[in-house]
Design a protein around this ligand. Structure first.
Ligand code: 6PG
Length: 467
């Protein structure tokens, strides 16, 4: 009894892979699942030297874990998390720790932290990124909760996490729902970059008439340079795949109606509450939504014909697109990181953006060589309000801004939709505007609603009878 180091509830592919990853690192692990086949197959997958137990009994499971117990839930977000907690509660004791490893909406985590604190239990919300392979061989993990209780989890999480320069891609992030919040924004950035990559692909295909294999080769080459990142890498792999049945490129046979589970939408919704502009992520959410209206788009495609301009000659559109994507990716990360900065103030998470950039360098879906530049920017100035104000990042953006302007102009003239690329550039131009035209907005508000305005030449609050 009490001989296992860690337990996981929910032996789907993520749960099973994380437990086997822990077993590889010599931890004794237990899994609980109501499905007896899943419990049994976990044990079968382990090697003879590994100490792995699978059970369908919550009591046997809880009692087999050493105190204070460390138990992770890997069940679908929402009600299943509450049900899993309730099934464990009768057997848990003071100081035990429950970690929710799913993509839970952060207010749910705040509620559970509070409810379980009243029972002397610790509750952690932890984002896990990297999919099935990551879980098995090294994910990036984003835990938030009670700082002292984290010490019980730390050795296990540090052992199983992805490593970059020997440093684990996991760290205590902050209190309450900090872990889920950071993972939510991670996913928002993920949506943004995926949309940007798709737009660049669309421009190559529709505006420049590149062949499929030319596009594939470009992404493959870009992944060897400064654009090196997981999402660019898998794009090159995806674009290479042929359908076994038809011999055609598989991507061309996939329906263009995109699905979403909600994390991108939550990022946009909460950004509005915080007044944190994240236009690239908003555009990505919008375009997944727009993609649903297939029938209408088919009709509109026939009705709303636009004459295309001729494509301006450029030495190398490939390089321009590479630079435009690089620029837009930086803009996206900058927006997401500002949201984290503002959320940390609002929800008192105590986030450290250097640490977040550090644990995103490996294991997760948005890992990219750029993250090391971001880490260094926050190391230089921990209170940096926006990555755009870092000298090094600013210089990169200045050197690439001509390319993104040319690419956006090309897309506009050819009628190819690039709302995320435009948002990345619009954010940059908005942020670097000493003077915005919002003085006019203020005047209009005062005209129709007597909402008052402030002046630049004297202090006070003013109202004018405009006509
Ligand atoms: C990760 C992913 C993972 C999942 C997304 C997909 O970091 O490993 O983000 O959490 O694949 O939830 O989200 P959508 O289904 O909304 O695209």
């Amino acid at each position: 009894m009490e001989e296992y180091d860690f337990g996981i509830v929910g032996l789907g592919v993520m749960g099973r892979n994380l437990l086997l990853n822990m077993a590889d690192h010599h931890f004794a692990v237990a899994g609980l699942d109501l499905d007896s086949e899943k419990a049994a197959s976990l044990v079968k997958e382990a090697t003879a030297e590994q100490k792995v137990k699978g059970t369908t009994s919550a009591e046997e499971f809880v009692k087999s874990i050493r105190k204070p117990r460390a138990i992770m839930l890997l069940v679908p977000a929402g009600k299943p998390v509450d049900s899993a907690i309730n099934s464990l509660l009768p057997f848990l004791e003071d100081g035990d720790i429950i970690v929710d490893g799913g993509n839970t909406n952060f207010p749910d985590t705040d509620r559970r932290v509070k409810e379980l604190k009243e029972k002397n239990l610790h509750f952690f919300g932890m984002g896990i990124s990297g999919g099935e392979k990551g879980a098995r061989f090294g994910p990036s993990m984003m835990p938030g909760g009670d700082k002292q209780a984290y010490e019980r989890l730390r050795p296990i999480f540090e052992a199983i996490a992805a490593k970059v320069n020997g440093e684990p891609c996991v760290a205590y992030l902050g209190s309450g729902s900090a872990g889920n919040y950071v993972k939510m924004v991670h996913n928002g950035i993920e949506y943004g970059i995926m949309q940007l990559i798709s737009e660049v692909y669309d421009v190559l295909k529709k505006a420049l008439n590149y062949e499929d294999d030319q596009i594939q080769k470009l992404f493959e080459a870009w992944n060897q340079e400064e654009l090196q990142s997981f999402l660019v890498e898998i794009t090159a792999i995806v674009l290479k795949k042929k359908d076994e049945e038809t011999g055609k490129y598989l991507v061309n046979l996939i329906s263009d109606q995109a699905k979403a589970k909600g994390t991108g939408k939550w990022t946009s919704q909460n950004a509005m509450d915080l007044q944190a502009p994240i236009p690239v992520i908003d555009a990505a959410v919008n375009m997944r939504d727009l993609s649903k209206y297939k029938e209408e788009r088919v009709k509109a495609a026939a009705a709303l014909l636009v004459e295309k301009e001729s494509v301006p000659s450029a030495d190398d559109w490939g390089n321009k697109l590479k630079d435009a994507l690089y620029f837009a990716m930086i803009s996206t990360y900058a927006q997401g990181l500002v949201q984290l900065h503002l959320a940390s103030i609002e929800y008192q998470y105590g986030l450290n953006l250097e640490v977040i950039a550090k644990i995103w360098r490996g294991g997760c879906i948005i890992r990219a060589s750029l993250l090391e530049d971001f880490r260094q920017a926050y190391q230089k100035d921990p209170s940096l309000p926006n990555l755009l104000l870092d000298k090094n990042i600013g210089d990169i953006l200045i050197s690439k801004q001509r390319a993104i302007r040319d690419v956006v102009k090309l897309a506009i003239d050819q009628g190819v939709p690039v709302p995320a690329l435009m948002a990345a550039l619009g954010y940059f131009d908005g942020y670097r505007s000493e003077k915005l035209p919002t003085n006019l907005v203020q005047a209009q508000r005062d005209y129709f609603g007597a909402h008052t305005y402030e002046r630049i030449d004297k202090t006070g609050v003013f109202h004018t009878q405009w006509d």
